[in-house]
Design a protein around this ligand. Structure first.
Ligand code: UT7
Length: 328
């Protein structure tokens, strides 16, 4: 049976670097606090006028080049994001138009927050495996700088902008590609990490905008504990389900929210930190972009070789979580 494989990856980060030192002039924080509590040293910020779809297109072009494909060969575009250019239409339709993907392609967005890329990988692979789609473009992208409260030191130091993309297709090579996924969600924890206003349950008012309630609000400590637990469970469950041991994983590509979360996962799974790809120090938390950005960097720096078994593992608003096993 043919398998669904990642044919190419690409990523994009805006040029503008916002350092911890600069942030400490904006809010009551310090480079030392940010580094020791999160591992983050700097993050990227989109240029004025640079939209989510613009970043997505840059990453997508690189993924297509890597896969040796042209935009007119794509028949499915899925964009995982919580920061689309606008609520309607989807970011995927804007990307389709900017890239020149044919009008016969299916295009839609998917919102699973920081777990978005893992959810989208599962969705896209199932659609391609069905035989109804041949070549899919899957993008995780965020412009979180647009929804961060720049006066809230508990969140504004954590997030950044960026994009990562992958091209998915079928392969007849035995044993390669997506082995399986494990997805889940704790909807009861929705308010631990959310954007309270601006949706249909509580539309923005002049007062709510003045209070910046259209920005990200997070109960960091609670989210931290749940993130470690859920990522550990998602990792263990998928290993058990597909009969692998943790030490058979050559590289884990975790969601990059906090270095301490990744270190805790390394300890719980008894896998050394060398088996985890980490770039949170340079980008901060880029939500749905974090795993594809890390995956692309891991591939480009030779951390993933043919035959390797990798695990993607994520956690985010929802509260969603997910893991995926991929053989290269
Ligand atoms: O991507 C989706 C998933 N998101 C995550 O996984 C994020 C999970 N949470 C975290 O990464 C961590 O909880 C944070 C990095 C957000 C915070 O780290 P923490 O060790 O849990 O710190 P805390 O929230 O308990 O805050 C400790 C202290 C507090 O002061 P008091 O109450 O002890 O006096 C905060 O007010 O640090 C203070 N604080 C800061 N100080 C300097 C909070 N933010 C800052 C700051 N600079 N930026």
């Amino acid at each position: 049976m043919p398998s669904t494989v990642i044919l190419g990856t690409g990523s994009y980060a805006p040029e503008r670097i916002l350092s911890n030192a600069e942030l400490s002039k904006m809010v009551d924080t310090s480079d030392e606090w940010i580094r020791t509590r999160s591992g983050i040293r700097e993050r990227r910020i989109a240029a004025p006028g640079e939209a989510t779809s613009d970043m997505a297109v840059q990453a997508a072009k690189r993924a297509l080049l890597d896969a040796g494909l042209k935009a007119d060969e794509i028949d499915l575009v899925v964009v995982a994001t919580v920061t689309p250019d606008m609520l309607m239409p989807s970011c995927a339709c804007l990307v389709q138009h900017k890239l020149g993907v044919p009008t016969s392609a299916a295009c839609f967005d998917l919102n699973a927050a920081c777990s978005g890329f893992v959810y989208a990988l599962d969705t896209v692979c199932a659609m391609v495996a069905s035989g109804r789609y041949k070549k899919a473009l899957l993008i995780g992208v965020e412009k979180l700088s647009a929804v961060v409260d720049w006066q809230d030191r508990t969140t504004c130091v954590l997030f950044g902008d960026g994009a990562g993309a992958a091209v998915v297709g079928l392969s007849s090579e035995e044993g390669k590609g997506l082995i399986g996924t494990r997805l889940g969600s704790f909807g009861e924890g929705a308010e631990l990490l959310h954007i309270p206003r601006g949706g249909t349950s509580a539309p923005s008012t002049p007062e709510s905008i003045a209070a910046r309630d259209h920005c990200i609000r997070m109960k960091g400590k609670e989210v931290f504990k749940l993130a470690v637990r859920a990522m550990d469970e998602a990792a263990r469950d998928i290993l058990e389900q597909y009969h692998f041991r943790a030490d058979q994983i050559s590289l884990v590509i975790p969601h990059q929210a906090n270095l301490r979360i990744i270190e805790a996962l390394s300890e719980y799974l008894e896998l050394p930190m060398e088996r985890f790809f980490v770039n949170v120090e340079r980008y901060g938390n880029t939500s749905a972009a974090s795993i594809p950005l890390a995956l692309d960097e891991a591939r480009r720096t030779g951390r993933i070789k043919s035959g390797d078994l990798t695990m993607l593992v994520a956690f985010g608003a929802g509260l969603t979580y997910g893991s995926a096993l991929v053989r290269w």
